[in-house]
Write a protein that binds this ligand. Structure first.
Ligand SMILES: [Cu+2]
Length: 94
């Protein structure tokens, strides 16, 4: 899955993924540094431990490998204030 990050949104290449190991590439197309976290969503709230792709500078691409079970997940940027400004998106793992 490729995820574009820019101020202030995240654009995943797909919103439905197979469960298991997922290779994630974060491409920062914005000007500020961004990262990418993922947490499961249950009853409208994020639960459990986050997995992450590292802080990525403007123009750079970083990669991470996540283990995801089936369910609903929120992708978000954990830099201060970025989630509140809109840098989050739901994805479904099937
Ligand atoms: Cu950000």
């Amino acid at each position: 899955m490729l995820v574009y990050a820019q101020e202030w949104s995240l654009w995943p290449s797909r919103t439905s993924l197979p469960s298991g190991r997922v290779v994630v590439q974060l491409w920062n197309r914005g000007q500020d540094a961004h990262d990418l976290h993922v947490r499961r969503v249950a009853r409208g709230r994020m639960v459990g431990r986050a997995q992450a792709a590292p802080v990525t500078l403007s123009g750079a691409v970083t990669q991470a490998s996540w283990a995801l079970r089936s369910g609903l997940y929120e992708l978000y940027c954990s830099m201060p204030g970025h989630l509140a400004r809109g840098m989050h998106v739901l994805v479904r793992v099937r």
